[in-house]
Design a protein around this ligand. Structure first.
Ligand code: DGL
Length: 282
């Protein structure tokens, strides 16, 4: 009798392993930037248990070397996945992803979603053909970014600027502090002053911290500039890779911070808005 492989019953070997419904999605960043990705993940997967991990002891990543960043990210994610057994890890950080995504995928046996600069959508959006890219100093020098530019924006002009001041501004804003307008102005001027910079109509926010200060950036750039980043696309990818899985929260969602000492009290005031009601040191 001919067998119909499309309707053959699944065997233990072919069946996807059942995921523990309480197993969290782990989002990782150097600081609070990954919350911009978490916000989008919440929209598509409102019932998913989440652990948000910030390597605050290593912040900022953007001024570190590739070796320092790769070692921190691989080491921390190795220990975190062992301890928390996440169903998926999302590296919600462009700097960590453009440097260490391949390496982390090689060593961890858990699906990993990375965050890479949204050059492709920016290249489709621009009318003037001039795109600005704001990232960290480490991100903008990566071959990964060169490859994205070559693949998706070869016929566009991509002007890059590494803006550590914006990371500082975003962290301050999340703590409820005043954002120094000079930091924002400096980033906008650094792009505008490059040859062709006056024609920028699209800016890639290639650091997950930067959407936190998008309003301030929009004011500094003036009208006619569209900002793009990957958070919604990353969230859709997380949803695709976990499709069909069940969710059951066994405890309140946790925010982890590396380092020691008391956590700023402002975190306790702001993180519940992201569904994070427990905070711990890691
Ligand atoms: N949020 C990070 C990113 O997306 C990096 C910020 C930093 O630590 O410098 O690149």
């Amino acid at each position: 009798m001919a067998s119909d492989i499309t309707s053959a019953p699944e065997t233990a070997a072919t069946m996807p392993a059942r995921v523990d419904p309480a197993s969290p999605i782990l989002l990782f960043d150097s600081g609070v930037g990954g919350l911009t990705v978490l916000q989008e993940v919440r929209k598509v997967l409102p019932d998913a248990p989440v652990i948000y991990a910030a390597d605050t002891a290593g912040l900022p990543y953007g001024t570190k070397t590739e070796a320092q960043i790769a070692a921190r990210v691989a080491g921390l994610l190795g220990r975190m996945t062992e301890r928390f057994r996440p169903r998926l890890v999302c590296i919600a950080c462009n700097t960590a992803s453009t440097i260490a995504l391949g390496m982390v995928r090689d060593v961890l046996e858990v699906p990993i979603v990375g965050t890479v600069p949204a050059i492709k959508p920016a290249a489709m959006l621009t009318k003037t053909g001039v795109i600005g890219l704001l990232g960290t100093q480490a991100t903008i020098r990566q071959a990964y970014v060169d490859r994205l530019e070559h693949e998706f924006a070869a016929d566009r002009r991509l002007l890059r600027h590494g803006a550590p001041g914006l990371v500082e501004a975003a962290e301050a804003k999340l703590r409820g502090e005043r954002v120094d307008p000079a930091l924002i102005r400096h980033a906008a001027e650094a792009l505008r002053s490059q040859p062709g910079g006056d024609r920028i109509d699209t800016v890639v926010l290639a650091c997950t911290h930067f959407p936190l200060v998008e309003d301030e950036l929009a004011e500094a750039f003036g009208p006619g500039v569209t900002f793009v980043h990957g958070a919604a696309g990353i969230a859709r990818q997380v949803a695709r890779l976990t499709a069909g899985q069940e969710y059951a929260r066994s405890s309140a969602d946790l925010a982890l911070f590396t380092g020691s000492g008391n956590l700023p009290s402002s975190y306790a005031a702001r993180l519940p808005a992201y569904g994070l009601t427990r905070m711990e040191r890691f």
